[in-house]
Design a protein around this ligand. Structure first.
Ligand code: BGC
Length: 443
């Protein structure tokens, strides 16, 4: 096996696993455009609308919690296969739902799959990736999330004329089937195989995939990491493990508390507040935001392994902070005019772009890197659960915050949280660029 073909196989495996991200993005993004038609058909109250939207996040929290155990017990590959099956079942059931409670139950099932995928995809990718391109490959997962969100906005836009919410939700079946078929042909993570004592299989995979330092060296370093201690609960007594867990939770929560999903879930509403766009223009601006989100992620894919994770985080989070301040001031200006409206829309785009090359991908990169192997599944599960819980809290409070605190204060709060994030990056985040997964230490 040549180095080039090993690399090609690794990239293919990462690409297939990243489909979990595409489904995550599609299934969270699609509801914004489908909701109006679902509301019409079933005559939903505001409360019922909120339930239809947020039940997915509840499912994702439960799915993410379960994944640590499932992925450490049954393997990363089987977890991704299970996610694909649950995605397909949930999407089909949502599309065929004859009344609202079946729809809510089906969206809960989709949420479970999102939770499974949001832990298992980055986990699998980071474990098959060689150190020199690990940042790029895990960023590929975020890239897939953004493509999923953008595709959902476009599908919603295209099918709106026919009020075809069944199709909007049902189309998610196709990438789910591709994920299942693709993963069947991919190897299990060699790190999981060694951890499970399946040495021969692990060696067979390492022989085909280890590119950078030869497979024997890689096996030795994984074994050394495993030899330290096995039990996750006992590991918690170690300061380094506790610090890694704390940092993972902090990063995952800050990724949400800096407000990204106010834009992803309520984009058209925010654009409308600028006063320069009607309904259709707001939907188009929303699609443009989706596209900016996709394109700016490429910066992280290109540069996270070259200039490192921390410089990208400094630049991106500072940019988000600045953009939130101008957005808040422009939307709250006492004499709203066209210039202020335009400043608001430009700020919104700049904010999304800065998130997309920093906090978006790099939080997933870092939480797939910072834990010792023996608790990696558990650690990612805890961090991802916190990510979904914080997402839930922000999505649920955004509209009330606007109402009670006002536009300027709302966005300034998210800006202040960016400042906190910069502090965490400065003082707690290790630079993991080009390091062996086994050599990474926190604190
Ligand atoms: C976040 C999601 C968000 C998406 C936007 C992801 O990294 O975890 O909550 O919707 O980025 O692109």
């Amino acid at each position: 096996m040549t180095a080039a073909s090993a690399r090609a196989l690794t990239i293919r495996a990462a690409g297939v696993a990243a489909l979990g991200g595409l489904l995550f993005g599609y299934d969270t993004g699609v509801i914004s455009g489908a909701l109006i038609f679902i509301t019409d058909q079933f005559a939903l109250s505001t409360l019922m609308q909120e339930i239809v939207v947020s039940v997915v996040l509840v499912g994702a929290m439960i799915g993410a919690t379960a994944t640590g155990y499932v992925a450490d017990r049954f393997g990363r590959k089987r977890t991704l296969l299970a996610a694909g099956v649950v995605f397909a079942a949930g999407a089909l059931a949502s599309a065929l739902a004859p009344e609202v409670w079946t729809l809510i139950a089906s969206r809960f099932v989709v949420g479970l799959a999102i939770g499974l995928a949001s832990v298992a995809s980055p986990l699998y990718i980071s474990e098959v990736a060689p150190p020199s391109i690990r940042g790029a490959l895990v960023s590929l997962y975020q890239f897939a999330i953004t493509i999923g969100i953008f595709a959902a906005f476009m599908v919603d836009l295209a099918l709106a004329h026919w009020h075809a919410w069944h199709w909007m939700l049902g189309i998610g079946v196709f990438p789910a089937v591709v994920l299942i078929a693709g993963m069947l042909a991919m190897p299990e993570s060699p790190r999981f195989l060694l951890k499970a004592g399946r040495d021969d299989e692990a060696r067979a995979v390492l022989r085909t995939m280890a590119a950078d330092g030869g497979w024997e060296a890689e096996e030795r370093s994984i074994r050394a990491a495993l030899a330290v201690r096995e039990d996750a609960r006992r590991s918690l007594a170690e300061g380094a493990v506790r610090r890694a867990l704390g940092l993972g939770v902090a990063l995952a929560v800050l990724q949400q508390l800096t407000g990204i999903n106010t834009v992803i879930y309520y984009g058209p509403e925010i654009v409308r507040m600028s006063g320069i766009a009607g309904d259709r223009a707001a939907l188009l601006a929303n699609a443009a935001i989706g596209l900016v989100n996709v394109l700016a992620t490429i910066i992280a894919i290109m540069f996270s392994d070259r200039i490192g994770r921390k410089p990208l985080l400094y630049a991106g989070v500072s940019g988000m902070c600045l953009a939130l301040v101008t957005l808040g001031l422009a939307l709250g200006s006492v004499t709203p005019d066209r210039a202020m409206g335009e400043l608001a829309v430009v700020s919104l785009m700049a904010y999304v772009a800065c998130f997309a090359f920093s906090l978006g991908p790099l939080v997933w990169v870092l939480i797939s890197e910072i834990y010792p192997l023996r608790i990696r599944g558990f650690g990612m599960s805890v961090a991802t659960l916190s990510n979904w819980a914080a997402n839930f809290a922000v999505s649920l409070t955004f509209l009330s915050l606007l109402q009670h605190a006002g536009r300027t204060a709302t966005f300034l709060i998210y800006a202040a949280i960016c400042v906190v994030t910069l502090g965490v990056v400065r003082f707690a985040v290790p630079e993991t660029k080009a390091q062996d997964l086994e050599a990474i230490r926190v604190g």
